[in-house]
Ligand binder design. Sequence first.
Ligand SMILES: O=C(O)CCC(=O)C(=O)O
Ligand SMILES: [Fe+2]
Length: 224
Amino acid sequence: MTAHSLSAVPDQEALRSLGASVCARLADNAAVHRIAAPAIALFAVGDFLADHECAQLCRMIDAAARPSGLHEMDYDSGYRTSFSADLDPQHPLTAQVSARIDALIGLPSPIGEPLQGQRYTPGQEFKPHNDWFYTSESYWPMEAARGGQRSWTAMAYLNAVEAGGATAFTLQSLEIEPTPGALLLWNNALPDGTPNEATLHAGLPVIAGSKYIVTKWYRTRAFG
Ligand SMILES: O=C(O)CCC(=O)C(=O)O
Ligand SMILES: [Fe+2]
């Protein structure tokens, strides 16, 4: 591959390297299971969070919830109708959970974004999207300057949803039912460091009950 084609994909070398190092680390951890998905490096850890941690995080999300924002579309577009909560990174619980994810994934804390909570009630969803940024969009220069492309996603389910609310990897024919305390991890890039289109995923509509999750996205460089 030429230098020119490498520079055409922002953060490609970092994405390649973070993809490989985290995959190797997770493969070495007996608590981590690889989920069979044809074209994604996708992993899960059961019981990553204790019941009392899940319950407290749900309360913190309720206290901080606001309509979810999106780069491309505003809240009214119906694309992402959940509520989001920026959790206080200084709070002892969020600090501890965040550090535990860093230790599992083996990435330095500065490249992680602060933990973000999401809450969905019946009818709310997040339609199919990629977590990685489209570098041709107007938001990209801002994201490039504050940490660059997203490499890994870590997402934990905080409660059992009565009906609906699975996470669907729509191009992989894979649906993951929310399991309280379980953590999902996936690489948003391909082994060569280009963004992986196959990571397209959705939070399917909640049908009954509510759904709470926390997510931590890792960039390629220090966030902020
Ligand atoms: O709610 C889900 O299952 C997925 C959430 C998600 O994809 C996101 O917040 O980026
Ligand atoms: Fe997502």
